[in-house]
Structure formats: structure tokens, C-alpha cells
Design a protein around this ligand. Structure first.
Ligand SMILES: O=C([O-])CC(=O)C(=O)O
Length: 203
């Protein structure tokens, strides 16, 4: 299995624990629907707040399987994209979109059933002056992201796995999944076992 597909199966909480919580995007960046899950390599976009022509350039250049990660500077009054632009990204095979900012056409965008993680929605479009960069290191939600880093998002939020650490973090994340399984099996709704577990933990 490809490493991206392996990460796709792991809860972001376990990946976060493996990374000691250092690579989580700000918790205000949330999926538009709780059931969304995404995993893929970052195709990065650096926007001037309120100017989204560079997003079209990124959609044109990104490869199927990429996740578009957009540094929109946290701007909440001008939309990075709406249902039209996001629908084009979906049709071209971009796996999902992460935005440190907002989208618009919220109803139509939800109808796409396309994993979008953002800070909410607004009414106004962005301008189209054309500033900005693609495929460069960015800061998104307080985290540095390089092109090609692995991005995983689910109901709890979005985490970044730096490319040079992906094997190590995969192993640690899987260990954490197993630890969590053993931990909940150990107490499994049994009052006595819960008390024993708590006593062991706090002693
Ligand atoms: O064109 C834009 O800037 C955003 C928009 O309305 C859409 O994607 O539907």
C-alpha cells in the first residue's frame, strides 16, 4: 500500500500524538462535513489575502491525488473559492482542499461531497489581480508546509506529516492506534477495571 493510503486509515488524533501535537493546523480549520476524510500530498498555494487568481493557476498545475493547501492569511471576508472553482478542482482529481480562510456558496459546495477544510463561509468573492505563488513553502493554520508533505484531515482537523519524517511517523501513529485499542479493551465498560486503570494512572 502507498504510504499516503496507509495514513488515510489512521485517525488524525493518533498522528497528532505521534508528532507531539506540533504539526496540527489551527483548530478553526474544520471539515465542511464531519464525515470528510482526506489524505494526499500537499500542492501549496500562497495567496495575497482576498486575491484568488493564483488558486486557478494551482488547480491547473496540481496532479490528481494532490491536496490543495491554501495559505489565505486567515482572511474571513473574501472567499478563496466557491462551488464553481471547487467543483473544477474535484473533477480534475484533486483529492481535497485545505484553506486557512473561507469559501462561499456553502450549500452548493456541500452538495459536491468533496473534502474541504476551512474556517467557514462568506458572501464576497476575492479579486483577480494575480499575485501569489504556487508550490512554495507556506504557513497555513500556524504550521509550515512544504510541497509534497503528507496532509491528513478528518472530523477533528488537519495534520501535516513532514516528508522527511513520514516513515517514522507512520510507525509511531500505528503504535498509537494499537495502544488506544489495548487501552479501551482493558477497561471496556467495566467499572472495576476503570477504577483500577485510574488508580494506576494517578499513582
Ligand atoms: O469565482 C470565484 O472567485 C469564486 C466563485 O464564485 C466560485 O467558485 O463559484
Amino acid at each position: 500500500m502507498k504510504i499516503v493510503d496507509e495514513f488515510h486509515e489512521i485517525p488524525t488524533t493518533c498522528i497528532s500524538d505521534a508528532l507531539q501535537g506540533l504539526e496540527n493546523l489551527h483548530s478553526a480549520i474544520k471539515p465542511l462535513k464531519e464525515e470528510y476524510r482526506v489524505a494526499g500530498r500537499a500542492f501549496t498555494v500562497k495567496m495575497v489575502a482576498g486575491d484568488n487568481l493564483v488558486v486557478l493557476k494551482a488547480i491547473r498545475e496540481a496532479q490528481p491525488g494532490d491536496v490543495l493547501v491554501i495559505d489565505a492569511k486567515g482572511e474571513k471576508n473574501r472567499a478563496v473559492a466557491g462551488d464553481f472553482v471547487l467543483g473544477m478542482a474535484q473533477t480534475l482529481g484533486i483529492t481535497g482542499v485545505i484553506v486557512d480562510g473561507v469559501i462561499r456558496d456553502i450549500i452548493g459546495t456541500k452538495e459536491l461531497n468533496y473534502p474541504i477544510f476551512c474556517k467557514g463561509s462568506t458572501i464576497a468573492a476575492s479579486g483577480k489581480a494575480g499575485e501569489g505563488d504556487i508550490n512554495v513553502p507556506i504557513s497555513c493554520g500556524g504550521v509550515t508546509i512544504h510541497p509534497g508533505d503528507i496532509i491528513v484531515g478528518d472530523a477533528d482537523g488537519v495534520v501535516v506529516i513532514p516528508q522527511e519524517r513520514e516513515e517514522e511517523i507512520l510507525a509511531k501513529s500505528l503504535e498509537k492506534v494499537e495502544k488506544d485499542r489495548i487501552r479501551s479493551e482493558m477497561v471496556s465498560g467495566d467499572k472495576k477495571k476503570i477504577i483500577e486503570y485510574l488508580d494506576r494512572s494517578i499513582s
